[in-house]
Design a protein around this ligand. Structure first.
Ligand SMILES: [Cu+2]
Length: 445
């Protein structure tokens, strides 16, 4: 759980007098910080209207305090070390101990006051992407407010006018700060709890990095050639699975603050996009999909009925995005004899490895890699190597999960006779229609 480093007792504050306005803003709430990279349990509200909280993949929701009728949060922009997966740590910038920052949850109609303290070496701001707020709270440095200098704290105050899924990120030296991982999600729950309720609600933001093998810092000038494709700054097998109870209504909220679109695909089900960063999609405008493209600078939320038990791959459908760092200059040698080539390559680069002449399957192969570098394709399932990296995880649908249980239930126990299997020898040739019948009318043979 979050460290409570002096985090004030929320109950006591909730009963504080109902002062509002700018005066009490002088008392800045403590900023909780997170030192874990695994999904934290849903954070049930300790004040204000009730809601079913979300869970953030490999992340957490920011605790708040009630101050009169204001919900107060405290974000601290600061350098962090984020583990992308076991074996690789990257120096990023983020909020409250992690990148991405914690998810901010509130309810439609809430008055929120969000304190932002800058502990970065340069100025920053926070922009609230998709939210309907007064112009002066929009967080565009220079345009709507002065930049927040290092060591300073600013406060944003607004009403959560509409429910939905939004994002936050700097509008201050954006190219650098977003390439360094500064971003997070905002979930505003409907005030009417009967509006499209779900049993499980997951949220994450997609970002990309170029971290050259053996290094610890993203190349912030990179515009297209990224090599780490992350969900909440984690790559497979470091991304949490999505444990789901059979029959649950499940919502998955996906933000995209990377530099390219990601077609997100779930196996074994069809779903409908029910919400974007613009708001809820009317039912009459929803249609079934199995893949939905999440454009750059956008949010897509889908609802799915988890009625098909099993281990279901859930991933970006751009196959390069389900891999970790690789050499892009590798030539395609499928079908080429490797004998002479290997000799020549060996002379030039003793540790070099050419793409195989039969493909790149390398489940049983170990390559030497520099420190702090993940294998390109990795992960092991109950039947062998999964050979994935990047934007890949598994939705695990089980009959026997408790209501709020988000622990990894382990590999699926397939009912007997339901797994693809090898046959001992090819079956006898079936009788086939032979070519050579009379030619069809008007057909030149
Ligand atoms: Cu992708």
């Amino acid at each position: 759980m979050f460290s409570r480093r002096g985090f004030l007792g929320t109950a006591a504050l909730a009963s504080a007098s109902a002062i509002s306005g700018r005066v009490q803003a002088a008392s800045i709430p403590e900023a909780p910080t997170m030192d874990k990279v695994v999904m934290q349990p849903p954070l049930h509200p300790i004040g204000g209207p009730d809601y079913r909280p979300v869970v953030t993949l490999n992340g957490w929701s920011l605790p708040f305090r009630m101050n009169g009728d204001w919900k107060e949060f405290h974000l601290v922009a600061e350098p962090v070390v984020r583990e992308f997966a076991e074996g690789m740590k990257v120096n990023l910038w983020g909020y409250n101990g992690q990148s991405p920052g914690p998810t901010i949850e509130a309810v439609e109609g809430d008055k929120v006051r969000i304190f932002v303290t800058n502990k970065l070496p340069e100025y920053t701001t926070v922009h609230w992407h998709g939210m309907i707020i007064p112009s002066g709270m929009d967080g565009v440095g220079g345009l709507t407010q002065p930049h927040i200098n290092p060591g300073k704290t600013f406060v944003y105050e607004f009403e959560m006018k509409k429910s939905g899924t939004f994002m936050y990120h700097p509008h201050s030296d954006e190219m650098v700060q977003m390439a360094m991982g500064m971003m997070g999600m905002v979930v505003v729950h409907p005030r009417d709890q009967s509006f499209r309720p779900v049993d499980r609600d997951f949220v994450f933001v997609m970002s990309t990095y170029r971290v050259d093998p053996g290094t610890y810092l993203p190349q912030v000038n990179e515009m297209t050639d990224f090599n780490m494709w992350t969900w909440n700054a984690r790559v497979f097998p470091g991304i949490d699975p999505l444990p789901v109870r059979l029959g649950d209504k499940v919502r998955v909220r996906i933000g995209n603050l990377s530099m390219t679109n990601h077609p997100i695909h779930l196996h074994g089900h069809s779903f409908a996009v029910t919400c974007t960063d613009g708001g809820w999609v009317p039912e009459s405008a929803q249609y079934p999909e199995t893949t939905t493209d999440v454009p750059v600078g956008a949010v897509r939320v889908f609802d799915v009925l988890a009625d098909n038990p099993g281990d279901w791959a859930f991933h970006c459908h751009k196959s390069h995005h389900t891999m970790n760092a690789m050499g892009h200059e590798v030539r395609n040698l499928i079908g080429v004899s490797r004998k002479d080539l290997a000799k020549a390559v060996g002379k030039l680069a003793p540790d070099g490895m050419a793409m195989g002449s039969t493909g790149m399957a390398m489940g049983n192969m170990e390559m030497p890699a520099p420190d702090n570098t993940l294998p390109m394709m990795t992960g092991t399932g109950q039947f062998g190597p999964i050979e994935m990296g990047g934007m890949f995880t598994v939705m695990k649908i089980r009959e026997d999960l408790a209501r709020d249980d988000y622990r990894d239930p382990g590999p699926y126990k397939f009912p007997q006779g339901t797994v693809a299997y090898e046959v001992a020898s090819p079956a006898a040739e079936p009788t086939r229609q032979k070519p050579g019948g009379p030619p069809m009318k008007n057909m030149k043979m």
